[in-house]
Design a protein around this ligand. Structure first.
Ligand SMILES: *[C@@H]1O[C@H](CO)[C@@H](O)[C@H](O)[C@H]1NC(C)=O
Ligand SMILES: *[C@@H]1O[C@H](CO)[C@@H](O)[C@H](O)[C@H]1NC(C)=O
Ligand SMILES: *[C@@H]1O[C@H](CO)[C@@H](O)[C@H](O)[C@H]1NC(C)=O
Ligand SMILES: *[C@@H]1O[C@H](CO)[C@@H](O)[C@H](O)[C@H]1NC(C)=O
Ligand SMILES: *[C@@H]1O[C@H](CO)[C@@H](O)[C@H](O)[C@H]1NC(C)=O
Ligand SMILES: *[C@@H]1O[C@H](CO)[C@@H](O)[C@H](O)[C@H]1NC(C)=O
Ligand SMILES: *[C@@H]1O[C@H](CO)[C@@H](O)[C@H](O)[C@H]1NC(C)=O
Ligand SMILES: *[C@@H]1O[C@H](CO)[C@@H](O)[C@H](O)[C@H]1NC(C)=O
Ligand SMILES: *[C@@H]1O[C@H](CO)[C@@H](O)[C@H](O)[C@H]1NC(C)=O
Length: 801
């Protein structure tokens, strides 16, 4: 039974999980039928066999066992996260939110508790989610949710309405009395229930993370260790005197070596970055293999990482030796140049510089963090992290959203100033880590899954190493040499650990190495979240453990920690739901500030509490990082983000009336407007879709010579329109209307989502942002060499003349 639990115990970083696992097991042992959550791990015979041998009981047990192992068991033990009320720690009267446009039932519980009870949520219909697809009757949808003239998803009262009803209304009237002419007029009014952001320029709805439609696509996954074996070698780094002990666990040899083999030979190789020009981020170098047969100290010259290999044979002389163990260990060892740079700033100012750790997980929306990683989310809520609920992405995928944080550039500006498709250009970008390094900080960057790394996927990456500590060479060596377990086509396991564990271990080592110095680190993982909404659930306890480690090691006393994502899941069945539309655009974002920093800056704490319910974006985060640097007193007057002049530090209160337009978020990516379903057969919708298809075909046509020879992209034609919606502009009358369209193209069955703007005066259309592709297309589009055109291109053999 215990392989999983035992193994977690054995893994270096798993005590918390093991404890949790034990608790669960106790409950499970109570009865025979209780083992359903873990049918395979706990054979019923084991327990039932100890009872008097009653054949009947045995048959019963076996039946139950078979039932629960053969039916797909959806784990009903979904943990419900208790989210603190928005006004919980703001000055002024509390619980105002509950007085607004809610049922009597909800009034009795504060907003936070209303959430904690799923049946109640569905009963009161607060966070209803309307599936966008299938939508067979467009005219119907207005009626399905609520009486006409109400927002289709979440309804809020006007200020007028609220005051008329008074502070202690007890009537049961819920949604219907609320009018959509609702317009926020009071900056100090609390955010009404059903919304995350509530201002005149932006109203972002709050959906139920556990709504039925999305839960149908979600299943909680168990944590499974990557290997039943403990690694034969581990690293013990002493951060005080820069020594690294490689511990050789001789006692484990038996579990690795076939019993008939007697001879074992182990050696390690130093891993280093290698290669020049376009190969700089592709190649790595491994040194001579140096033999060892016991624990030893690594020589000072080995600084980046090591590759360890062991071979076994029947005797020393035997020709056929078997590789029985391969592993890599990444190192964060101090560097003289970094020390020198730091010393230059020592004692210059009295202020204690704040370190920064950015820990990012790809493709996790705020709602999916709460859904798939509830223990982690609850821990963040319980320990005083600041949340940015209205953190809206600014572009489609990882690269532009991270570039906005790291450089303040949008995609087109970044491509024109520091084109990652030209060798050696990327480092021309004014990356955040350069500013930090120039101010005497140590810097690090690590990411998993080398082939899709942010700066390398269809790009050349860095010729000059970007940060003082750079994980990529070790990642390349490890991926080449270690065994892998794929999950949803990503390297979930790499060697004896989850790939993400390699990254988090590196982050902990980095922060520990520089615990007495200022540092800036970016640690990014793709492998347990990029392709599926359920995958992150297996890492929930693990992630919580790492957050606790940050605390235990004192890192939370030194650092601002930004725990965040770039966007939600971008494709797949979830994207066909309204929640998928919202989640793609609203990644999670939590910020930690050390106690001493909060005490020094009460105004920042106050601003963060307010900004929890304001529209924010990656450019704001960019300004915030520069703000952190300026607060160190080491540098001043840093430039703002070029692509968003109105963006500002999250440490200052965001204007209540912010809109996407103000902060460089194009309509297609903006979650501020409410959309209302319209008749997809209407002339306007037909024209708008025709415009999009024409736009795509023109783009393909212009780049027809960018395909593999003998291949062309098929001309896109309309299959069917799945959905048409029109934005209700929060700001009122505008010279344009925005239409949200989802349609299927032919050939290839591509599902596309576009937000098209129509200017009434000129009767002209415009694509906002870019066009999203909602289903996967990888193999259809291999002939196209231009990234963004792949999602449109259906490759066909061209006719031979
Ligand atoms: C669509 O809605 C209209 C009006 O509500 C109704 O008359 C019609 O039967 C519906 N069509 C379908 C296919 O449901
Ligand atoms: C609230 O209700 C109480 C008793 O029902 C009433 O006396 C009071 O005036 C009400 N307050 C407001 C603001 O309506
Ligand atoms: C480094 O510190 C460790 C533990 O404090 C000690 O065992 C080791 O001998 C030291 N090594 C050197 C080279 O000073
Ligand atoms: C380990 O290797 C050293 C030399 O490399 C050798 O002298 C020693 O006997 C070896 N020890 C064992 C236990 O094999
Ligand atoms: C590890 O990677 C290096 C570099 O590609 C390669 O030469 C070597 O054969 C690999 N080792 C194993 C055991 O796969
Ligand atoms: C945090 O750091 C400060 C200053 O170094 C120290 O005085 C304080 O004890 C630390 N707090 C914790 C909880 O470690
Ligand atoms: C990108 O930023 C530049 C410079 O700020 C701006 O001129 C341009 O319009 C922006 N492009 C887009 C697509 O937003
Ligand atoms: C937002 O409000 C401020 C004052 O509160 C005003 O100066 C500014 O013009 C407003 N911005 C917009 C876009 O309405
Ligand atoms: C493709 O055509 C355009 C103009 O039509 C030209 O500028 C470009 O160099 C061509 N690219 C290739 C790869 O031939």
């Amino acid at each position: 039974m215990k392989p999983s639990v035992l193994q977690t115990l054995l893994e270096p970083a798993a005590t918390a999980i093991a404890v949790h696992g034990k608790k669960q097991r106790k409950q499970q042992q109570a009865t025979c039928t209780n083992n359903r959550r873990d049918g395979r791990a706990l054979l019923p015979q084991e327990k039932c066999g100890r009872m008097p041998v009653l054949a009947l009981a045995l048959i019963f047990c076996v039946t139950v066992y078979l039932y629960f192992t053969t039916t797909t068991w959806t784990d009903t033990t979904q943990m419900i996260v208790t989210i603190p009320a928005d006004d919980v720690d703001l000055p002024g009267p509390k619980d105002q939110i509950a007085t607004k446009c809610t049922t009597k039932q909800q009034m009795q519980h504060p907003a936070a508790h209303a959430r904690a009870d799923e049946p109640q949520l569905t009963k009161t219909n607060t966070n209803r989610i309307i599936p966008i697809v299938p939508q067979t009757n467009a005219t119907r949808s207005d009626v399905t949710t609520a009486p006409t003239n109400t927002t289709p998803v979440a309804i809020a009262c006007t200020d007028d309405h609220r005051s008329r009803l008074g502070g202690n209304r007890t009537d049961q009237s819920v949604m219907s009395p609320c009018s959509t002419t609702a317009h926020p007029t009071d900056p100090n009014a609390p955010v009404p229930k059903g919304f995350l952001v509530w201002g005149p320029g932006c109203q972002i709805m709050d959906l139920d993370p556990l709504a039925k439609d999305v839960m149908r696509l979600f299943s909680k996954e168990r944590f499974a260790p990557c290997s039943p074996k403990q690694p034969l070698t581990t690293i013990e780094q002493n951060f005080d005197n820069d020594t690294v002990l490689v511990r050789f666990h001789r006692e484990l040899i038996e579990s690795y070596m076939p019993h008939y083999m007697r001879y074992l030979r182990c050696c390690y190789q130093s891993i280093e970055r290698s290669g020049t020009k376009d190969k700089a981020d592709k190649n790595f170098w491994v040194g001579e293999c140096i033999a060892f047969n016991e624990s030893f100290l690594l020589p000072p010259s080995v600084r980046t990482g090591i590759l360890v290999r062991c071979k076994a044979g029947v005797s020393e002389a035997s020709k056929s030796k078997k590789a029985i163990y391969t592993n890599t260990h990444a190192l964060v060892r101090p560097q003289a140049a970094v020390r020198e740079r730091m010393d230059r700033f020592k004692g210059r100012t009295e202020k204690r510089p704040l370190s920064v750790l950015m820990i990012g997980i790809d493709s996790i929306s705020r709602l999916n963090l709460i859904r798939a990683m509830p223990h982690t989310a609850q821990h963040l809520y319980d320990t005083g992290w600041f949340e940015l609920k209205g953190y809206n992405k600014i572009d489609d995928n990882t690269y532009p959203n991270l570039m906005a944080i790291l450089t303040g550039y949008n995609n087109s500006l970044a491509y024109s100033i520091c084109n990652p498709k030209k060798v050696g250009q990327l480092e021309e970008c004014p990356f955040m880590w350069k500013y930090f390094a120039d101010s005497g900080y140590a810097t690090a960057y690590a990411e998993d899954e080398a082939s899709i790394n942010t700066f390398n996927y269809h790009k050349y990456g860095f010729v000059a190493q970007p940060t003082d500590h750079y994980f990529r060479p070790v990642a390349l060596a490890a991926e080449k040499n270690l065994s892998k377990k794929l999950k949803n086509s990503l390297t979930f396991c790499l060697g004896y650990q989850h790939y993400a564990d390699h990254i988090y271990q590196y982050a902990l080592d980095f922060a520990s190495q520089y615990r007495n110095d200022p540092y800036f680190g970016l640690f990014w993982t793709n492998t347990f979240s990029h392709n599926d909404i359920s995958d992150p659930s297996s890492m929930d306890q693990r992630m919580k453990y790492y957050v606790e480690q940050l605390d235990e090691r004192g890192i939370l006393n030194n650092s601002m920690v930004v725990f965040f994502s770039d966007h939600g899941l971008r494709f797949g069945p979830v994207r066909m739901l309204l929640t998928g539309w919202l989640e793609e655009r609203l990644p999670f974002n939590f910020i930690w500030l050390p106690e001493w920093f909060r005490e020094e800056h009460p105004e920042i704490v106050q601003a963060l509490k307010i900004n929890r319910n304001r529209l924010t974006n990656p450019y704001d985060l960019h300004v915030t990082l520069k703000h952190v640097l300026e607060l160190s007193g080491r540098i001043d007057n840093l430039p703002g983000p070029l692509s968003c002049p109105n963006c500002q530090s999250i440490f200052t209160e965001m204007p209540w009336n912010r809109s996407c337009e103000d902060v460089a978020i194009e309509s297609h990516w903006c979650t501020c407007s409410n959309f209302q379903t319209i008749d997809k057969r209407s002339a306007m919708v037909q024209r708008a879709v025709a415009f999009v298809i024409d736009y795509v075909n023109r783009d393909l046509q212009e780049h027809r010579n960018s395909t593999t020879s003998n291949y062309v992209c098929a001309t896109l034609t309309l299959g069917s329109i799945t959905l048409a919606k029109m934005a209700r502009e929060p700001k009122g009358k505008l010279p344009y209307n925005d239409y949200l369209l989802i349609f299927e193209g032919k050939p290839g069955g591509g599902k596309f989502e576009s937000t098209v703007r129509h200017y009434q005066h000129r009767d002209a259309f415009e694509i906002t942002g870019s066009i999203s592709r909602l289903n996967e297309y990888a193999s259809q589009s291999e002939c196209m060499h231009i990234d963004y055109l792949r999602k449109y291109c259906y490759c066909q053999r061209s006719k031979l003349f």
